[in-house]
Design a protein around this ligand. Structure first.
Ligand SMILES: Cc1cc2nc3c(=O)[nH]c(=O)nc-3n(C[C@H](O)[C@H](O)[C@H](O)COP(=O)(O)OP(=O)(O)OC[C@H]3O[C@@H](n4cnc5c(N)ncnc54)[C@H](O)[C@@H]3O)c2cc1C
Length: 556
């Protein structure tokens, strides 16, 4: 049997980040990945080599903001391993049906000037809105970068700037209560409070809903961050696509002596006397883990699919039931459309400029439309009567991703995993090829209402249904965040309070990935936090001293 100090189940970017920290600390690590390439939801692939050779597509994640809130890129020296971030400026373009449009630059001043052309009051309120969410983001970033129940670690992350932001947000007793009120509100409540015009509310609602819930959902006003982060730290893409982040991590892992084995789908975690001692992959091959098994896939799948009930103690069995019945999934996931284009989509009615396409293009005509886009998937309906969508033409910022003069188009469209009443299609979800293509046609039609040259420019297209996406990622019900990102499943509740610190009732079995704090997206932070937890358990004194030493160093 092959034997390592640590086995990581899944080579998503969080698994790779976690492995990199452990390798740097001197442990031997093997990552076992079910797909034939590593990266999970962070890959760039030549998706249609026959119809569109030389066109490279980000199969999932495209825009990176959260990774710039943590130290992963610098600490792991990923530049040295080939990672080069290209910041997007402008960051967001959203044409409105009445001829106005929202165009955000990285600069807040420039963005306010754009808004003021249509509504000077909204421009002033936008400045206040962004200032609030930026201060809040700074104030809570130290919480992201530590295990959520490790108070000392969290406190150690605060520096002068984050403390200043924290105090400016907290203020006096009434301010604290008002802040709590804000956090309990919905994005829609907050947008109505700040703004008058639909052309600005709709795109901000759409971005807030990237947390995977409708803008009317209480307790996720924090979605306001999604816009403020596009100003600072900024929205960036690795040169060559999201997969370039994975490639840099793979180079680092290999350089440190790590092993990455693909086409290895783990189907059992081996437990001996209450302790995780290894894994078995499909085909019955076993791998031994002398110190720990770390899962990059979520706790629900780990405890319900990869562990035999007979291997668990009472605590573990209770956890199994709680994961099955207490973690929630709102049935919303994504239908993906990728196209190879002969030219960029042109927004003729909006004095088209190619730089509108540097960042993300949102089709969000009204808050109501965005609301329906998220409400309907929850009840199993496809919101395709008037689609809202998120589109990107990555080749405008990074021409290296397609043959010269050609472009790619990436579309994200929220859709249900299980279509209500359907039993046909992949895994009985209702998603047949015919249905996914019909929905994709509606989505393309909608984008073409704004960019009339779109349809004639499509050279090839690939549509991936929510069921296919779920199968590719191995994600429960296609949930790309592994677990919904609602407040009741965040921070010290993620995935459940008793396992929120990356450990489980099975000794030596750890959790990382999007299903752990601080959640989904490209950040690498769950990977780093989990590695720190592992190191702290393995060598508490040495790790504490190292951490203390780092805390004394001046911060940039
Ligand atoms: C369409 C789409 C668009 C997105 N856009 C963005 C975006 O623009 N910006 C952003 O920040 N985030 C975005 N996200 C979210 C982000 O991509 C994910 O939250 C993040 O990549 C999750 O990383 P992870 O390493 O935690 O998990 P994953 O990437 O899910 O990795 C888990 C790994 O485990 C493997 N695996 C699963 N089961 C097994 C098994 N039994 N045995 C072995 N291996 C297994 C999987 O193949 C995968 O490689 C998007 C997601 C999707 C789906």
């Amino acid at each position: 049997m092959n034997s390592y100090d640590v086995i990581v189940i899944g080579a998503g970017h969080n698994g790779l980040v976690c492995a990199a920290y452990l390798l740097k600390a001197g442990y031997s690590v093997a990552l076992l990945e079910k797909r034939s390439i590593p990266g999970g939801a962070a890959t760039t692939e030549e998706l249609m080599p026959k119809e569109a050779p030389g066109f490279y597509f980000n199969r999932c994640a495209i825009d990176h903001e959260f990774i710039h809130l943590g130290p992963v890129v610098e600490e792991l020296e990923l530049k040295k391993y080939g990672l080069d971030y290209l910041f997007c400026d402008p960051a967001v373009f959203c044409p409105h049906p009445d001829g106005k449009y929202f165009l955000s630059h990285r600069s807040l001043d420039k963005t306010c000037a754009e808004i003021a052309r249509f509504n000077p009051r909204d421009a002033e309120k936008y400045r206040e809105f962004i200032d609030f969410w930026q201060r809040l983001t700074k104030a809570i970033t130290p919480v992201f970068n530590a295990p959520p129940q490790a108070i000392a670690d969290i406190l150690g992350n605060y520096d002068l700037a984050s403390l200043q932001s924290l105090f400016s947000i907290l203020g006096g007793p009434h301010d604290i209560l008002d802040l709590i009120r804000t956090m309990l509100s919905s994005p829609k409540n907050i947008l109505d409070e700040y703004f008058d015009s639909e052309f600005i509310k709709a795109p901000l609602a759409r971005l807030a809903s990237e947390f995977g819930a409708p803008p009317s959902q209480k307790t996720i006003s924090v979605g306001g961050m999604m816009m403020s982060m596009r100003h600072n730290p900024g929205m960036a893409r690795p040169r060559g696509g999201t997969g370039a982040l994975t490639e840099a991590l793979v180079r680092l892992v290999k350089a440190k002596g790590g092993t990455i084995l693909t086409d290895q789908s783990v189907d059992r975690i081996l437990i001996d006397n209450g302790r995780a001692v290894g894994v078995r992959v499909q085909g019955n091959r076993e791998y031994r883990a002398n110190l720990g098994v770390i899962s990059n896939i979520d706790a629900r799948r780990v405890f319900l699919q990869l562990i035999e009930a007979g291997d668990l103690n009472r605590e573990g069995l209770e956890l199994q039931t709680r994961l099955e019945r207490r973690t929630v999934n709102n049935n919303e996931t994504i239908l993906r459309i990728d196209c190879a284009l002969s030219e960029v989509p042109r927004f003729e009615a909006y004095q088209h400029r190619d730089d509108y396409l540097m960042g993300s293009v949102l089709i969000a005509d009204s808050v109501r439309q965005v609301e329906i886009a998220h409400q309907e998937p929850e009840v199993g309906k496809i919101p395709d009567q008037d689609p809202s969508l998120y589109a990107v033409v990555p080749t405008v910022r990074d021409p290296s991703m397609a043959p010269e003069g050609r472009h790619t188009l990436w579309i994200e469209y929220f859709a249900p995993y299980q279509i209500a009443g359907a039993t046909d299609g992949l895994a009985g979800t209702g998603w047949t090829d015919e249905r996914k293509n019909a929905v994709a046609d509606r989505v393309i039609d909608k984008l073409a209402d704004y960019a009339p040259n779109l349809k004639s420019s499509i050279m090839a297209r690939n549509v991936e249904s929510p069921a296919e996406l779920g199968q590719r990622l191995g994600a429960y019900k296609g949930n790309y965040y592994h677990l919904d990102m609602t407040l009741n499943q965040m921070v010290f509740f993620r995935p459940l309070p008793e396992i929120a610190n990356y450990t489980t009732p099975v000794e030596g079995l750890y959790l990382t990935g999007a299903g752990t704090h601080p959640g989904g997206s490209i950040s690498g932070i769950p990977g780093r936090n989990c590695a720190r937890t592992f190191l702290h358990i393995q060598r508490p004194l040495l790790h504490r001293l190292e951490e203390f030493g780092k805390a004394l160093l001046p911060r940039s």
